[in-house]
Design a protein around this ligand. Structure first.
Ligand code: PRP
Ligand code: MN
Ligand code: MG
Length: 174
């Protein structure tokens, strides 16, 4: 798929390398325990699947669906919960799996909501940490790639529902 507005930023090889590194790191931190990955749809569907397969420990998976961007390239600040967890997380070791942290609104609202349900531990794993536009203070415990500003797509991430299928990550040129 070629598109003149897209510029390759992170290759599938680079992504795979980071996913494996994160999986090993989580495996060491949670050895002998069974983690629950909470994958934030839709953006994290591919990262979540790859991370789950790379984990060297027992794991289960559940999903939430949050959205705040719509067709814009900046967060509306209003995070919509479109569907919820099926798994009770009380006393579980929970890791939230996000494709990208940008303003921080999405993660903050989810983190606080899950914390209220008294998990044993609650951590955050994000493939991309975009620090330049953070509006709410929130730090991921596991970070794949830290980037500067710029709107990215591919590997699950969209612009107005396009480009999620691209295996590499691209910068959208304005
Ligand atoms: C995107 C992305 C993260 C969130 C990060 O989701 O997948 O979940 O925004 O941005 P934030 O830190 O500014 O909140 P989006 O709302 O586009 O929904 P989607 O995952 O279905 O694409
Ligand atoms: Mn998302
Ligand atoms: Mg989106």
């Amino acid at each position: 798929m070629s598109d003149a507005r897209l510029e390759l930023l992170y290759s599938r090889d680079r992504i795979a390398q980071e996913v494996n590194r994160l999986a090993q790191q989580i495996g060491r931190d949670y050895s002998e325990r069974q983690v629950l990955l909470v994958v934030v749809l839709k953006g994290s569907l591919i990262f979540g699947a790859d991370l789950l397969r790379a984990l060297p420990i027992k794991a289960s998976v559940d999903f939430v669906r949050l959205a705040s961007y719509g067709s814009e390239t900046h967060s509306s600040g209003i995070v919509e919960f479109r569907y919820h967890l099926e798994t009770p997380i009380r006393d579980r070791d929970v890791i939230i799996v996000e494709d990208i942290v940008d303003s921080g609104y999405t993660l903050t609202s989810l983190y606080n909501k899950l914390l209220n349900q008294n998990p044993h531990t609650l951590r955050i794993c994000t493939l991309i940490d975009k620090r330049a536009r953070r509006e709410v203070e929130i730090e991921a415990d596991y970070v794949g790639i830290t980037m500067e500003d710029g709107f990215i797509v591919g590997y699950g991430m969209d612009h107005d529902e396009r480009y999620r299928q691209l295996p590499d990550i691209y910068l959208v040129k304005s």
